[in-house]
Design a protein around this ligand. Structure first.
Ligand code: G
Ligand code: G
Ligand code: MN
Ligand code: NA
Length: 262
């Protein structure tokens, strides 16, 4: 468990880094976007995953400066890749946004500044949102409309789980549903009779049908093997993310992987 003081120091001393997980077109195999995921290069404990420090950051409020840093760093990195890789660079970046950040009425101004300072256009930024309670307040609704008006895309992360409900679809202008990985687990398995397990397929199928009807994009999360990718394609998913497609990578490793694929 991390103390707030140690995390504060980590921010000040540039010990936080962003890794990027490719978001892949299932048909072409091309990386069309990436999700930025924070890591902590801890001086004595090595590379720490978000689960080891994001909860403490949420409790102490340090998630606000951490999130501000992550947003600016992700925008900067996108422009650096575009300069280095041209058309092979990822077109979009998803940045996770905490409810604490959304509760600050100046958040849209921060997003505007991050875009302006980096030169990234708004259509290349996706903000990934989770906590439904926080997304329903009237102040947040105004903030989310302001973000939409800037031209950034809003995604509902972990869609289909307790934190992300159907009523949110009409509460603000969401553009992307990220199917929670719990609904991908096991979809490749057959029944004892050797048939696709329709019960397991029901939720991913319903989410894609609903997204089509509402003209939303989808990203299926947590694809761990080719059989899951195939089943998802059969259900109409075109875009996915997961260890089978790529683990989250350091920026240099992602650049190497993209220039090889180009
Ligand atoms: O990389 P990993 O699978 O361990 O990420 C775990 C969780 O940490 C993810 O669900 C993600 O939403 C969260 N997370 C990662 N980076 C950030 C970040 O920059 N800001 C916030 N608020 N959450 C993040
Ligand atoms: O923001 P979100 O909570 O969706 O963050 C995605 C998290 O899921 C990251 O921490 C990432 O490391 C993790 N992840 C990405 N792909 C896979 C996968 O295929 N399987 C599992 N178990 N976790 C994954
Ligand atoms: Mn996410
Ligand atoms: Na998710």
């Amino acid at each position: 468990m991390q103390t707030g003081g140690e995390l504060r120091r980590a921010l000040d001393e540039n010990e936080l880094v962003l890794f990027y997980q490719p978001i892949v077109d299932l048909e072409s195999g091309r990386t069309i976007g990436v999700e930025a995921l924070v890591r902590w290069r801890h001086p004595s404990r090595g590379l720490l995953l978000p689960g080891e420090f994001i909860p403490a950051a949420e409790r102490t409020g340090l998630i606000v400066p951490l999130g501000r840093w992550a947003l600016r760093e992700a925008c900067r990195q996108m422009i650096a890749w575009s300069a280095a890789l041209g058309d092979a660079a990822p077109h979009k970046v998803g940045v996770n946004v905490s409810a604490h950040q959304l509760q600050d009425p100046s958040f849209p101004v921060e997003v505007t500044a991050a875009l302006a300072d980096s030169g990234l256009t708004a259509d290349r930024l996706v903000l990934e949102l989770t906590e439904s309670a926080a997304l329903r307040g009237t102040a947040t609704t105004a903030t989310l409309h302001a973000l939409h008006d800037l031209g950034v895309k809003l995604a509902l992360d972990d869609f289909g789980t307790g934190e992300s409900s159907l009523s949110l679809l009409f509460a603000f202008p969401v553009a992307i549903l990220k199917l929670d990985r719990s609904f991908v687990t096991g979809i490749e398995l057959d029944t004892p009779a050797g048939l696709p397990d329709e019960a397991r397929l029901a939720v991913p199928r319903a989410v894609q049908q609903m997204a089509d009807a509402l003209r939303l994009d989808t990203v299926a999360e947590g694809i761990e093997n080719p059989a899951q990718a195939l089943r998802l394609r059969q259900l109409g998913y075109t875009t996915a993310q997961g260890f089978h497609l790529s683990r989250p990578l350091a920026p240099e490793a992602l650049a190497i992987s993209l220039s090889r694929a180009a």
